[in-house]
Design a protein around this ligand. Structure first.
Ligand code: FCB
Length: 481
């Protein structure tokens, strides 16, 4: 594998580049019973036996609900001037709508004041997966009404906090909500139903459209966007070189996979239509899409948030006779094509491929698809098997390498024309990693969950240096092992 940046090159980022760290409410706040917060689907899911590793829940998490000032201090001590956090809908509307819970909203005022006092610019995500359980009980995102309840919630939050938040993200990774939460059931609310997942897809998009209009009306001058997890799709032949007469089949498969992984959310947002190559099983039934919906969804974005973790690979193969590293393809892909994980590519402890070239390609592709639209990497990072060594330090060399490679790819993409405006590392803190519980650590700051002690890892110093210099240092010719 060749990386897009060669050793020896130190690359600068554009002037006024945003450097920050990201978190999400359910993953860090804890205090799930405090000050009138209502239950979310993740409280319910985490309590369902067998759904989250080790029976972990977000009840305490990083206790950031009480330790937000310390966490803001951490950001400041690292010289990071931006923070992406999410607002917990069930703190603000414990029953999803109706009576607003002022005490819940006040927490975010305290947090925003703490950030402001330290010169840190917030970006607020309105929905990072913690739907009020009361709304799930009325159908959740499968019900059209939830999109309107989301807009009410967005209006209330933007009305109260709009003077302190210049950048709003409506939804985080709606594809993961639809797919993991409703198609395969490994995330809350744990449903596994294609038809439900297809309805959820449309209502999330509609919620985004209605929610953005609500934020714009309540907080004039604010930038409003959405965060998508996006995935470059790569196609190669079985032996990595020749296509064995499969060129056309593979190209068709690539388009379908791109529609499934990216286009299903990207195209409605950018062009007001569902992708031509999307397989029918993922498309919302026509009856669900009402007049005006697609116009609401495609209202111009002020920016696009991009979460990048790994690419998708396809090659010729037999889905009924899978070889090592292969998997059955997504629905709609036909004619002897399989998903696969290339031999010899490094992986993180999540089993995710380490492929910084994918980030480079993605940023350039998005800049071609949506010329001039500012792109923020709103998440990028990796899990590592971190531990505190006898000197009390966390030497996460794997994460430094991961970040170094991806930052170099991002800098190169910006240099080659991508309209990249910022980078938020995932994550500030080790936290509740959804179905993996606390076992997977993504932070640049280590959290001892027994004591809540925070220990900045070696990667925090590395990242702070890149942010301070607005420049990624030259990649080493060889990595320390
Ligand atoms: C993303 C989520 C984020 C975090 C990372 C590892 O899909 O948005 O909350 O869990 O993955």
């Amino acid at each position: 594998m060749t990386y897009v940046t060669s050793p020896g090159e130190s690359l600068a980022f554009p002037p006024s580049f945003t450097w920050g760290a990201a978190t999400a409410a359910y993953q860090i706040e804890g205090a799930t019973g405090a000050d009138g917060r209502g239950p979310s689907v993740w409280d319910t899911f985490a309590r369902t036996p067998g759904k989250v590793r080790g029976g972990d829940t977000g009840d305490i998490a990083c206790d950031s609900y009480h330790r937000y000032a310390e966490d803001a201090d951490l950001l400041r001590s690292l010289g990071l001037r931006a923070y992406r956090f999410s607002v917990s809908w069930p703190r603000v509307f414990p029953a999803g709508g109706g009576q607003l819970n002022q005490a819940g909203l006040d927490y975010y005022k305290r947090l925003l004041d703490a950030l402001n006092e330290r010169g840190i610019t917030p970006a607020a995500t309105l929905f990072h997966w913690d739907l009020p359980q009361a709304l799930q009980d009325r159908g959740g995102w499968a019900a059209r009404d939830t999109a309107f309840r989301f807009a009410d919630y967005a209006a209330a939050v933007a009305g109260a906090l709009g003077d302190r938040v210049p950048r709003w993200i409506t939804l985080n990774e709606p594809l993961v909500v639809a797919h993991n939460g409703h198609r395969i059931g490994v995330h809350a609310p744990g449903l596994a139903d294609n038809a439900v997942a297809a309805s959820v897809t449309h209502h999330l998009l509609l919620g985004h459209g209605l929610g953005s209009a609500a934020v714009r009306a309540a907080a004039s001058g604010a930038d409003v966007g959405i965060t998508l997890n996006l995935t470059p799709v790569r196609v190669t032949a079985a032996d990595g070189t020749r296509l064995h007469g499969m060129g056309e089949v593979l190209e068709r498969a690539r388009r379908v996979a791109d529609a499934v992984c990216n286009g299903i959310f990207l195209e409605p947002l950018l062009s007001g239509r569902y992708p031509e190559h999307a397989p029918p099983v993922i498309l919302p039934p026509a009856g669900l899409v009402r007049d005006g919906d697609m116009t609401t969804i495609a209202a111009p974005l002020d920016f696009l948030g991009v979460n990048y973790y790994q690419p998708e690979h396809l090659r010729a193969g037999d889905p009924d006779n899978l070889r090592r590293g292969e998997d059955r393809p997504m629905p709609g892909i036909e004619g002897g094509v399989v998903r696969y994980r290339p031999d010899g590519m490094e992986q993180t402890p999540m089993g995710w491929l380490i492929d910084p070239d994918g980030l480079y390609e993605l940023l350039l592709r998005l800049s071609a698809d949506a010329p001039g639209l500012p792109l923020y990497i709103t998440e990028n990072g990796c899990a590592a098997e971190d531990y505190v060594n006898p000197d009390g330090q966390v030497n996460d060399l794997e994460r430094i390498k991961f970040l170094h490679l991806h930052l170099a790819a991002a800098a190169r993409a910006a240099r080659d024309g991508a309209s990249l405006a910022g980078y938020y590392v995932w994550s500030l803190l080790d936290n509740f990693e959804w179905a993996y519980g606390y076992q997977k650590r993504f932070g640049i700051v280590y959290v001892d969950f027994a004591t809540q002690q925070r220990i900045p890892k070696a990667s925090a110093s590395f990242f702070a240096r890149v942010a301070r210099d607005n420049r990624v240092p030259a990649l080493p010719a060889a990595w320390p092992v």
